[in-house]
Design a protein around this ligand. Sequence first.
Ligand code: ZN
Length: 202
Amino acid sequence: MSYAPPIQRLVTELAKLPGIGNRTAQRLAFHILRQSDDDAAALAAAISEVKQRIRQCEICFNLAEGPRCRICEDERRDRGVICVVEDSSDVIPLERTHEYRGLYHVLGGALSPIDGVDPDDLRIAELYSRVLEPDADVREVVLATNPTTTGEATAHHIADGLRERAPKLAVTRLASGLPVGSDLEYADEVTLGRAFAGRRAV
Ligand SMILES: [Zn+2]
């Protein structure tokens, strides 16, 4: 037996979400069907609003409601330090540690030749431009890519690129102590804060 086309369409769309298999997609679809019209409409509206209003910051590529994100717009942030992360979802856990007062740079992923992710696919060139901009005065770049194979490879690649282009710049990496192989976004605040405070030159 197959579902009516509108249900099947919802199941298909839900199943495209990460971590949602066909089974879960069906369960969610039936949950939405049981919801009140208002709740279901609120979900649909939230999805379309986030797509309409949220874009990437023109400076750091973090999520922004407008041309620049709140962090880049904040005059109190230290413009001399740039923390490089893989995804915009990594910014929130780092902010929660309250260890960091500088700016960010969101790469949009990690280098992974097997998956066809090359330096050109990430915002690495944009990072170099930010650092080399004559009146930028960047003192330090903190490489906060994930402690995974691809995250480490990305950090090494960028560290080499920065050393070549800006020999005087301090390039640091988060201290060890983060669970190896896991994502930054799942690290707890205390561990992440400690890793940040104990960052070392690479
Ligand atoms: Zn920004």
